[in-house]
Design a protein around this ligand. Sequence first.
Ligand SMILES: N[C@@H](CCC(=O)N[C@@H](CS)C(=O)NCC(=O)O)C(=O)O
Ligand SMILES: [Fe+2]
Length: 387
Amino acid sequence: MNPIQLFDPASSTYTYILFDVDSREALLIDPVDEQLPRDLQVLREHGLRLVWTVETHAHADHITSAGLLAEHTGAKTAAPAGCGIGGASVQLQHGDVLRFGDQAVEVLHTPGHTAGSVSYLWRMGSSTGSAGHVFTGDTLLINGCGRTDFQSGSAKDLYHSLTQVLFALPDDTTVWPGHDYQGRTHSRIGQEKASNARVAGKTEAEFVAIMDSLNLPRPKRMDEAVPANLLSGLGGPVRHDLDGMLEAMPRPATGYAGDVSPQLAWAWVQAGQAVLVDVRTDAEREWVGFVPGAVPVAWKQWPGMALNTDFDRAVREAAGGGNAAPARRLVLLCRSGVRSIAAARRATELGLEAYNILEGFEGDPDGQAHRGARGGWRHHGLPWRQN
Ligand SMILES: N[C@@H](CCC(=O)N[C@@H](CS)C(=O)NCC(=O)O)C(=O)O
Ligand SMILES: [Fe+2]
């Protein structure tokens, strides 16, 4: 039985959902704040009841959604005792076992990337013919390993964790890393033991020399991420606390149904609960990118301009309805999150249930539209294509 593997493109982080087929109880490893609506959706789609949300370490590159996920699902939070994550309700020690349904996951203390880092071992029964799965966080990455230059990292400790703890597992144990920056998904213990570029065939001194000479740039979000993660993502910088809530539910607005995060809009569209209407012009879409399945209805109405009956007709058609069928809810997307407000107001005047998607396709949270900005549909890793 494989875990469900989910990816956050902004931080290249893998989140895993492990579940027990019969009881539908689940355990989730390393949730990412921006992906809370996605994770809730996946749990719903699979009919799972989350009983644990756990961390492999206090992350430096993204903020966890563990606190919010626990609030939404009733799951318990657990974190490695050596990580200082005081917000977690259970502090894990080496050898502790977490249970969900008939399944069990064992905690392996694997320090080095951070002093408290752990890996989680999900053993399979011998009858399954699988040696099991190990979730290595940033201790062991595919053909690499976590850096050791901050957060009480230690190359010596990491060498020991890799060679004595993880490489002691059966060769056919599947390795599920905390990140991959090149699109690889999983590996095997035997493969990493034989060919991992940083550690295979290296002495401790050679490994330490490699780690000391990496000279990696600091993670961009480190200063906000670490303090927030020590509180399970709750009570960190206010913006993130609010964002987490905003992402999972609509925010009331004047003149239309509400503002929604790009993630929530996409979750609704996928669940068939809303139609996505793209109000950018054809030229803009061709220039910056299309959203698959979106209905194009350009908003070309500005103050002083005569009412645009094309928009009215097209948006009514997108919502459908009539002949006793109710019109469908609309989520409106533009480039930076400004025009979609005007369009949502007009759709509301037409009697439709219309929401504005915050930050647009490429706007940033401060409302500035420029290519490559943080924020927007693309930044959150939602689907789009160039043409
Ligand atoms: N560029 C990324 C940081 C990447 C990074 O430093 N990742 C850490 C894991 S939190 C690592 O150990 N990387 C190992 C490596 O790149 O070899 C960011 O700004 O967030
Ligand atoms: Fe990390």
